[in-house]
Design a protein around this ligand. Sequence first.
Ligand SMILES: Cc1cc2nc3c(=O)[nH]c(=O)nc-3n(C[C@H](O)[C@H](O)[C@H](O)COP(=O)(O)OP(=O)(O)OC[C@H]3O[C@@H](n4cnc5c(N)ncnc54)[C@H](O)[C@@H]3O)c2cc1C
Length: 484
Amino acid sequence: MSAQPDTTPAAAPSTTPEPGTPHRVVIIGSGFGGLFATKALDAPGVAVTMLGRTSHHLFQPLLYQVATGILSEGVIAPTTRDVLARQANASVLLGEVTEIDLTARQVTATAVGQATTYSYDSLIVAAGADQSWFGNDSFAEFAPGMKTIDDALELRGRIYGAFEMAEVAAASGRDEVIDRLLTFVVVGAGPTGVEMAGQLAELSKRTLAREFRHIDPSRARIVLLDAADTVLTSFGPRLSERTARDLTKLGIEVRLGAKVVDVDAEGLVVEERDGSQERIEATTKVWAAGVQANPLTRQLAAQTGATLDRSGRISVNPDLSLPGHPEVYAVGDLTAIDGVPGVAQGAIQGGRHAADQILRRLRGEETGQPFRYFDKGSMATISRFRAVMKRDKIELTGYPAWVAWLAVHLFYIIGFKSQIQTLMHWAVSFVGQDRSERTVTEQQVLARLALEYLGEDFLRTSLRKVPGAQPDPAPETMTPGSAP
Ligand SMILES: Cc1cc2nc3c(=O)[nH]c(=O)nc-3n(C[C@H](O)[C@H](O)[C@H](O)COP(=O)(O)OP(=O)(O)OC[C@H]3O[C@@H](n4cnc5c(N)ncnc54)[C@H](O)[C@@H]3O)c2cc1C
């Protein structure tokens, strides 16, 4: 059932549709919350429109494997359209939501310069979170985050590019720049930072070890920094200490209580607890610290009176609806709920709960049941054959935790095709020592910054050259799910 143009004004808000008219659910975001909510809404009498900023569903936990050349981007980011192909009541539309009007029950989304307004009966906002540089957005230029496929590909280009540049420098006798080129700093010692640092160590010591003629890649210096005093703090002291030990054994410098106070093209400055500062010369920096909820939460808060926390996450009612709007739910990383961490399971379970509330209302059943999060545990890999895992009081380390990590991640990757491909890529990297996805291009590395430097005017002008794009049109109004 696809969305059809509707030039009439939005229908009066109602959660009880006219007989024969499907209940229109708009879902913002094709991540874990959005996708699992959509799947849970596969029911008669419901028409779901999923609006996504990208046309894919991204399995963020494996982004670092794309960045380090183990997996291809297609494996962890299947198109949402493909994933939902068999769900006839789900329509997938590309668009970045820029405006939510809770009174009119409409959202406006822009795709390739074209703004479109969609009316809904129920709304699920699952737009996730973005990277945060803790108020120092200028750091992003030189220390990219890792939240999107673009980020991962840019990092892949920067990482492999640094080895290439070091080889060229060594071949041409410019030895003074080699140490800087072969120093990699990962900021943030949570699961993402630990996994990234571990892979950089494996890459330099195993994968690239015999391929260069002028440099020794295994000499690469890998530094993992965090302002906190422990790595993997949320895993508790035992696993945290074990991880720090394992990282050190891999040759990674773990520097804790060290806050990054400046970043530039050639390095960064860290401040220790005693206030002393040190500069680390490093061409490649990876920012794996901090998230900021999607800015749409500000609009929702302004219209409902819900509060935002320091990371911009919105408070919700116990059933995940927004104050005064039982037809609007917020789920996943953009919500602040006590005891629910910003992990995939929080979003998956939240998305399913919101969908369940909508279906209950449509069946005339009681609603308002509080969302109960079931903690399935946390895990992080350190390197090949080493991981840590925690579930309640059960703590696993080493090989058993690594096997559990493989199994869980394989299970949650969306689609059989992706699962098979992932297994094959893992065999190449973990049984052998190669990586099958090492292609990098100049555009991967430069495109983000080029677009930022060129600015909005460039985007508007270039959109005119894209077939079908309309850079400055008036918004069109669509009624998702209406009968053709
Ligand atoms: C590098 C990394 C590693 C991680 N590792 C783990 C892990 O090992 N285990 C774990 O459980 N969790 C992990 N997480 C966290 C987990 O991925 C998130 O908690 C989860 O993705 C949250 O789901 P969500 O649906 O709230 O948001 P997301 O999955 O981020 O989805 C948000 C969606 O909204 C879309 N969107 C955003 N803004 C708009 C807009 N304005 N209009 C339309 N669409 C929009 C985005 O494109 C995206 O599709 C990791 C996260 C990262 C970044």
